[in-house]
Design a protein around this ligand. Structure first.
Ligand SMILES: Nc1ccn([C@H]2C[C@H](O)[C@@H](COP(=O)(O)O)O2)c(=O)n1
Ligand code: ZN
Length: 167
């Protein structure tokens, strides 16, 4: 008798899958310094929205600045749409009740307001590199008040490799 073929065991967990989609989306970003992606999953583990940081539709990447320093209007900060905002705006529904958002970088205070208002109930993030900023402190204060949970994604594998050659 031949042994029955067993299922593959090295498949991605849901957390790995959604975080990987967030990181893949970040690869679309033209920000030369920090590329952020976000992926929203609903209670049924279906992806309902993705986004990455970039300038608004119709605002040419060649017209607006990517600078980080200098007078405010000469930097990217007043113009760039954050990944989380884009993921919520790109979502198939405005009601994201009970959804989770996977994001490469902890949300700022402005995206946090959008996340809370959309009904998203959990944030899963990879990096918290701006944890000491007032934006992130304000974000955590609002999330705690609103009962939106957040947890760091702890990788169980160092990387996921994608190849375009399947043969
Ligand atoms: N949670 C976040 C935080 C930041 N972003 C975007 C905004 C900028 O394009 C970039 C941060 O630039 P840096 O100050 O690190 O040069 O990331 C986001 O989309 N989501
Ligand atoms: Zn933001």
């Amino acid at each position: 008798m031949t042994e029955p073929i067993k299922k593959r065991l090295n498949y991605l967990s849901w957390d790995e899958y959604f975080m990987a989609v967030a990181l893949l989306s970040a690869e679309r970003s033209k920000d030369p310094n920090t590329q952020v992606g976000a992926c929203i999953a609903n209670r049924q583990n279906k992806i309902v929205g993705v986004g990455y940081n970039g300038f608004p539709i119709g605002c040419s990447d060649d017209e607006l600045p990517w600078d980080r320093q200098g007078p405010f209007l000469t930097t990217k900060y007043p113009y760039v749409c954050h990944a989380e905002l884009n993921a919520v705006l790109n979502a198939i529904s405005t009601d994201l009740s009970g959804c989770r958002i996977y994001v490469g970088l902890f949300p700022c205070n402005e995206c946090t307001k959008v996340i809370i208002q959309s009904g998203i109930k959990e944030i899963v993030y990879l990096s918290d590199k701006y944890r000491d900023s007032d934006q992130v402190k304000a974000a955590k204060r609002m999330l705690d008040l609103a009962g939106v949970s957040y947890r760091r994604f702890i990788p169980q594998r160092p990387e996921i490799t994608l190849s375009f050659s399947l043969d």
